[in-house]
Design a binder for this molecule. Structure first.
Ligand SMILES: [Zn+2]
Length: 372
């Protein structure tokens, strides 16, 4: 379970890390409530899944360990880890962990502090996200435009498809009383710098960039990307300040996209994407589907399907706004469900996990680089 086996380099990496890890743990027994180890082989702090389960008052599921997936749950939330070393699933939404799950010297499953702080906690406890403010403006950014038509998509082009969805999303949100701004409202070119400058001039906003994905002909489903909070050299990026909000927004959007389209989707992941890295607000990039998949490309050019995408995104934004409102009292992932009940806040009285402070060595995990 959780031993990466598909790639030789990954197996070697895991083996070396595990051996060094075991040595470290034997030398200095872990403290149950502290981030452990203080110095891992890669200088990355980890924590036991036992601690995480207890912190969020989850219970072991009878399904645990079935097919290499460890499951824990409560009345509103199901958290699954595995079978892949970077696979986390919260209420059915896949999230790509920035660091592989590990085991310590006594076989305890471990999750990195970065993944706990920047993925798990904002999703399970959005009301604990720092500096929450009432949602003011949604900036809808239809990618490409003008001579930059993006990928071919059936009988249309990516620039046209994302613009249609952007306009439909604007209408749905404005009907719900949310102020929206489109970076482009027609078929013309805008540079990344123009999009960033225009957006950063606004306050209390969130940024939703719309793209299509491109891969092999079978790849399908929407995905939501957020800027990676930590650079390849281990230094927190300026966007780190918004990372928890971005994670919550990504989860809310992916949750509703999967529910609306009845597709599992490609989930949420961190990327190094220049336009997102330059924004001073919560920001996500939504890949609405795969232009390279003929069946999905045909759907993406269909007005009814575009309306469903816009509807799902609008519901996701509204759920995000509700869950992260300063007055919100819904402290769990279920906050993003339209049927969520509000559990007692007393159940979650502990302080949030500390954020990582310094790192002495570069991160060695695989980071996704968006090439668009
Ligand atoms: Zn694109």
């Amino acid at each position: 379970m959780f031993l990466p086996g598909r790639h030789y380099t990954c197996r070697v990496y895991c083996l070396l890390t595990f051996l060094a890890w075991s040595t470290c743990c034997l030398a200095a027994p872990a403290q149950p409530s502290a981030w452990i180890p203080a110095e891992s082989p890669l200088n990355i702090a980890y924590q036991t899944i036992d601690e995480l389960r207890s912190f969020y008052k989850l219970s072991d599921s009878p399904r645990s360990s079935r097919q290499g997936v460890y499951t824990m749950l409560n009345d509103t939330t199901t958290v699954e880890l595995g079978p892949g070393p970077r696979t986390l699933r919260i209420n059915g939404v896949d999230i790509a962990l920035g660091r592989p799950l590990m085991r310590n010297g006594v076989g305890k499953l471990l999750i990195s502090r970065d993944d706990w702080v920047y993925w798990v906690d904002p999703i399970l406890r959005p009301t604990y996200i720092a500096d929450r403010i009432r949602l003011g403006t949604v900036i809808i950014d239809a990618a490409h435009g003008g001579y930059d038509t993006g990928a071919p998509c059936g009988t249309s082009r990516e620039s046209q498809v994302v613009l249609h969805v952007a306009l439909a999303l604007q209408k749905k949100l404005e009907d719900a009383g949310i102020h929206c701004v489109l970076t482009r409202s027609g078929d013309y070119f805008l540079s990344d710098r123009q999009r960033v400058d225009q957006s950063n001039a606004m306050h209390g906003a969130i940024f939703v960039n719309l793209h299509l994905n491109k891969s092999h002909s079978e790849a399908a489903g929407p995905a939501v990307h957020v800027p990676a909070p930590i650079s390849d050299t281990g230094v927190p990026r300026p966007v780190e300040a918004f990372s928890c909000k971005s994670a919550a927004l990504a989860y809310a959007l992916q949750y509703m996209l999967s529910a609306e389209l009845h597709l599992p989707g490609a989930g949420c992941r961190h990327v190094h994407y220049s336009i997102l890295n330059s924004l001073s607000m919560p920001a996500v990039s939504v890949s609405l589907g795969y232009a390279s998949n003929p069946r999905e490309a045909a759907a993406l050019t269909d007005a009814a399907y575009q309306a469903r995408l816009a509807n799902a995104l609008a519901r996701g934004v509204l759920n995000y706004a509700r869950a992260t409102d300063p007055q919100a009292t819904i402290p769990v992932a279920a906050a993003f469900s339209p049927h969520a009940k509000a559990p007692s806040r007393k159940e979650f009285s502990k302080s949030p996990p500390d954020k990582p402070k310094t790192r002495g060595k570069p991160r060695n995990g695989r980071q996704n680089r968006a090439r668009r």
